[in-house]
Design a protein around this ligand. Structure first.
Ligand code: KIV
Length: 279
């Protein structure tokens, strides 16, 4: 049975940590799903780690739909959260609801994620009222990078800390089923987590959150442009992939690959008939 938002609430109540990982394609989603990861985020981080942009801002609804469809074909047990990309929920509530419904209906996600706090609560309320679970996202919200002055930690100063706290309370009130807290001091994220009835999922927000999310390319070491401070590399896939690619290159140029076992056999009889027919 697929994980749903009630399971996540129960996990918080039982103080079981919630694990979330991003995935952007079918094969990765299958692996993550088979590893019993309850939450898969098809994050707009795909703009950076898959599409090669220097931020998430260029990511479109079409991009998100394309990747959400692929992930939903690969994951039958995890709850799939589709990220709402830049400006897909700000213009008006109708457009936000339309785009959220596309991620569910066409993309196959079971929930959507929206960056922002009190500024976006009315929209979240409408989407939730339409039956679409919404995950909030506060702290370092990359879609607001130009307003935040870049990818910077949030909540170190008193006014921003108070704002974040009030945003978190408002998101819960608006009906969000969980909130991602990104790049926020641990003690603030822990305090917010203790005050909310819904789970918090931290990234760069310490271990006091109810769960953790990471970009899969960061933990696998397959994105080599930079390693975020909050990421721990559990593998070095870039190195492994590079070794495999070089070995393949050397075997092709050295005439070692393909060998017989990788070829398709044709009987002597058929081949001699073939030669008779064509020569
Ligand atoms: O897009 C994404 O992957 C995210 C996570 C980093 C939370 O928003």
């Amino acid at each position: 049975m697929r994980i749903n938002i009630n399971h996540l609430k129960e996990m918080k109540q039982k103080q079981e940590k919630i694990v979330m990982l991003t995935a952007y394609d079918y094969s990765t989603a299958r692996i993550v799903n088979e590893c019993s990861i309850p939450l898969i985020l098809v994050g707009d981080s795909l703009g950076m780690v898959v599409l090669g942009y220097d931020s998430t801002i260029p990511v479109t609804m079409d991009d998100m739909l394309h990747h959400t469809k692929a992930v939903s074909r690969g994951a039958s047990q995890s709850l799939i959260v589709g990220d709402m990309p830049f400006m897909s929920y700000h213009i008006n509530t109708e457009q936000a609801m339309h785009n959220a419904s596309r991620l569910i209906q066409e993309g196959g996600a079971q929930a959507v994620k929206i960056e922002g706090g009190r500024n976006i609560c009315t929209t979240i309320e409408s989407i939730v009222n339409a039956g679409i679970p919404v995950m909030g996202h506060i702290g370092l919200t990359p879609q607001y990078m130009h307003q935040l002055g870049g990818f910077r930690a949030q909540g170190k100063s008193l006014p921003v800390a108070i704002n974040l706290y009030n945003d978190a309370l408002a998101l819960e009130q608006a009906g969000a089923f969980a909130i991602v807290i990104e790049a926020v001091p641990e003690r603030l994220a822990t305090y917010i987590s203790q005050k909310l009835g819904i789970p918090t999922i931290g990234i760069g927000a310490g271990d006091g959150c109810d769960g953790q999310v990471q970009v899969i390319n960061d933990i696998l070491g397959s994105f080599s442009d930079f390693v975020p401070k909050h990421a721990k590399q559990y593998a070095n896939l870039s190195k492994k992939i590079s070794q495999a690619v070089k070995t393949y290159r050397d075997e092709v140029t050295g005439k070692l690959f393909p060998s017989r076992e990788h070829g398709i056999a044709m009987s002597d009889e058929v081949f001699s008939e073939f030669l008779k027919a064509v020569e």
